[in-house]
Design a protein around this ligand. Sequence first.
Ligand SMILES: Cc1cc2nc3c(=O)[nH]c(=O)nc-3n(C[C@H](O)[C@H](O)[C@H](O)COP(=O)(O)O)c2cc1C
Length: 454
Amino acid sequence: MKTMQIYAFDMNCVGHINHGMWTHPRDTSSSYTDLDYWVDFARTAERGKLDGIFLADIVGVYDVYKGSPDASIRTAAQIPVNDPIIPLSAMAYATQHLGFGVTVNTTYEPPFLLARRMSTLDHLTKGRIGWNIVTGYLDSAARSMGLERQPAHDARYDAAEEYLEVLYKLWEGSWDDDAVLRDRQGGIFADPSKVRAVRHEGKYYRMDGIHLSEPSPQRTPLLFQAGASARGQDFAARHAECVFIASPSPAGARSTVEALRQRAVDFGRGADALRVLNLITVVVGRTEREAEDKLADYRQHASVEASLAHYSSSIGVDLSKYGMDEPIEQRSTNANQSALAVVSGKAGGKALTPRQIIDQMVLGSRQKPIVGSPQQIADHLQMWIEEGEIDGFNLARTVAPESLRDFVDLVVPVLQERGLFKADYAQGPLRQKMFQRGDGRLPDSHPAATFRHR
Ligand SMILES: Cc1cc2nc3c(=O)[nH]c(=O)nc-3n(C[C@H](O)[C@H](O)[C@H](O)COP(=O)(O)O)c2cc1C
């Protein structure tokens, strides 16, 4: 039986995915501006031997619903949202093994600056950094950056391909491994013949410069990605090492996983080059009854308004314009195409109505939570791993920090007893831990390896 990987999914904001939970009397997510909140979160995750923390991010506001950001602002639907990178070094300092996947958007920032930020984090965390590559789906973000609207869906991915090429050149090729000598007697810190400028002239980016950081433990951070459209999957299969999906069923997950692995094989990377984690929400009690009571309690705090605001911006369709029982038949927007395909029936099944979407929003999110005793939750996760052929989970929060503590204290020991989850951390950088092989650097079969200096 293979062991599963588990990440705690969060965001540097109050309302993340299960909207409205911040109004619960025991929820502390409105302390997200306090570093202690993040350090406590990281320590809890490491106490539970979780593989890492995965931080989402957006650089715009949800303003499609009713053509206004008011609903999002009122309900804290991912606004206010702080920078996800800043708390990481404190969390890393308070932990030893925990990995960190952090989301940074490629559309609005030159690759040169991102390259240095990631290298800095990889140094400071001793190789525990992963990057979730996103291209964005919000026109509000584009307007904030001085554009009229965001680039077209596939063009965003085209630009991101080139963005990665520039980064690979910087991370993998600018400095040789033996460039840094730290030779005090000779007075030579680094050998200039082993450091070179990256010169790039492409369709979207131009640059001529030396990477500012010396080689870090992983060089290229572990690469996460979550695109699910055909173009998104193509991008993921080419570049990602870990793909984050949000499948509602093991069968759906399985076909996504099979398609991704086949694409990775087509790109010469091998079926084992990818790990896939599914988004999951868990409500656990010491008994089934306690879990059901907890769900009923949490449910009173779920915000339908926040959820509709989030959903409308995700799919680029103003859900307030539809009657409660009117099917959402708009099949194309410039936002998240895979999420829209599910709602509009393009992915199979019938188009959903706003009422059906709201019914799905048990805890203010579009995902039904798994509810039960620790044994029932473990059974469920095991079934997902076996039938969905996934490698693990990204665990969304409900009432924070209670939901993570409950998972760590109640579910993790059962998974460990069954041999489904590690009893302790492996050594080495995050990439080495994830694949249980190598030294933390990208394998030669990854496209980045072609930019190494020979
Ligand atoms: C579970 C999950 C989490 C995501 N997290 C983020 C995020 O934090 N920031 C972001 O800009 N996009 C995020 N996305 C959006 C994806 O990066 C991508 O833009 C989206 O899935 C649309 O891709 P597609 O059009 O290829 O389907 C997430 C997507 C999924 C499925």
